[in-house]
Design a protein. Structure first.
Length: 129
């Protein structure tokens, strides 16, 4: 009975540890988790090769995913497409900010900011004094 409990405990610990890696999150398509974990590990250990690989591949895949989704929304007639588009850009900018705060990350990827320099409001929404 003790052997069974020890085996079960070891299996549970192994499962938790394996699910906690950025590489596993990346392989499951969970880009946000993968990037969070890679960035956190690189902040404490800039030479972590696995985290470097996850950051490089994860940022590329995440950026492509969000930009493809934005392009799909652009041709969509869904009345909520602007909210969904905003959310996609918000995610991209979140990656940008996280990477900007990690010097080791900046040597691996060049994140792109998606903040408008100057927003032109339609005439009906212009603020007048």
């Amino acid at each position: 009975m003790k052997t069974f409990l020890h085996s079960l405990l070891a299996l549970m610990v192994l499962t938790i540890v394996s699910c906690a890696t950025g590489k596993n999150a990346l392989e499951k398509g969970n880009y946000e988790t993968a990037l969070d974990r890679a960035i956190n590990r690189l902040q404490s250990n800039p030479d972590n090769k696995k985290s470097q690989d996850v950051l490089i591949e994860g940022y590329r895949l995440a950026s492509n995913y969000h930009m493809d989704y934005i392009r799909m929304l652009a041709v969509n007639n869904d009345p909520n497409k602007w909210e969904a588009t905003y959310y996609q850009y918000k995610q991209l900018n979140s990656y940008y900010r996280q990477i900007q705060r990690c010097p080791a990350c900046l040597s691996l990827v060049m994140p792109k900011s998606y903040v408008a320099k100057k927003v032109m409001l339609p005439e009906r929404l212009q603020i007048t004094k």
